[in-house]
Design a binder for this molecule. Structure first.
Ligand code: AMP
Ligand code: ZN
Ligand code: FE
Ligand code: FE
Length: 284
């Protein structure tokens, strides 16, 4: 149900339980200040922030949607799959989350090894401690690179070493494409393709790939994202219509100032019934 006070929805956000900078209650507070009445918390490969966000949301009148952003193994570019649920610990997904963390640790270790080989030494313990228990991701490595004085800002760490295809980049070794979509569905959730642009597929390849995802059980695709150009908005909107997918999206908010994710929570605004429609598509 949509609370009557809701003026905006945001279905993509991160907390410090993955690579965001706010704890879950703070994130919900920021969302409320920006008139977001419906907020999905979608941390990378974990739902550890969902319970606290739900509690904060109940206290201040924000409807929090339990979510996750799963890393998917693809041969080119990178793929993230969002999942939305009506409970904070959906099975079988929740039982697999610890394993996702281990896969992320191994991947981060490999990226740190590559940096060492590139003559950019990093202390592994500093990387691990900086993440404070969150599943390790590239932003944690970028922060360690800043602390070690190798770069002055996060963006520089990505531009020089960590961006998709960069010299220290290692892709995800997690779930396969169909496996990810099916896992979300089996767990009672709505799978949505995040930021289709990072797949790095041109139109003739993206179209059948989205068809393949739809066949596997995909119900939505991110059309509304702060960095989308009018052309991307039109292309992904057309794919949504062609494959009968719900046009979704959100800010992908991580922290107050981020050139990579320029939207603050609630920006761009999304139709307030989007989460209801996504969940109705899978729950009937
Ligand atoms: P990972 O899950 O380890 O692959 O890291 C993905 C996260 O890294 C994204 O959600 C962003 O927070 C961040 N990220 C990816 N690319 C960039 C970039 N070019 N500049 C800054 N941050 C980025
Ligand atoms: Zn992130
Ligand atoms: Fe993502
Ligand atoms: Fe994200």
């Amino acid at each position: 149900m949509v609370p009557s006070s809701a003026v905006l929805a945001d279905l993509h956000s991160h907390t410090n339980r993955s690579d965001g900078s706010h704890d879950p209650a703070e994130l919900v507070e920021i969302a409320a200040q920006r008139d977001v009445g419906i907020l999905a918390v979608t941390d990378h490969d974990t739902m550890a922030g969902v319970a606290d966000a739900l509690a904060a949301g109940r206290a201040i009148g924000v409807q929090v949607i339990p979510g996750i952003e799963l890393s998917i193994k693809v041969p080119h570019g990178s793929m993230h799959l969002l999942g939305y649920f009506n409970e904070p610990a959906p099975d079988p997904l929740s039982g697999l989350i610890a394993g996702f963390g281990e896969i992320r640790t191994e991947r981060a270790r490999e990226m740190v090894d590559r940096l060492n080989d590139l003559g950019v030494p990093l202390d592994w313990d500093d990387v691990v401690n900086g993440a404070a228990g969150a599943p390790l991701g590239r932003p944690h490595i970028a922060e360690a690179l800043m602390r070690a004085g190798h770069v002055t800002e996060r963006k520089e760490a990505f531009d020089l070493y960590l961006a998709d295809g960069g010299p220290a980049y290692v892709g995800s070794d997690g779930l396969g494409v169909e496996e990810g979509v099916q896992l979300v569905r089996e767990s009672g959730g709505a799978p949505v393709l995040a930021h289709p642009a990072t797949l790095k597929l041109d139109d003739p390849h993206l179209d059948p790939f989205v068809g393949r995802l739809k066949q596997a059980g995909l119900v939505g695709i991110e059309v509304h994202r702060p960095e989308h150009t009018p052309d991307q908005f039109a292309r992904y909107g057309a794919l949504a219509r062609k494959y009968d997918l719900i046009p979704s999206g959100g800010s992908d908010y991580h922290r107050p100032t981020s050139p990579h994710h320029p939207g603050a929570t609630g920006n761009p605004p999304l139709a307030v019934d989007t989460a209801d429609r996504l969940l109705a598509a899978v729950l009937g």
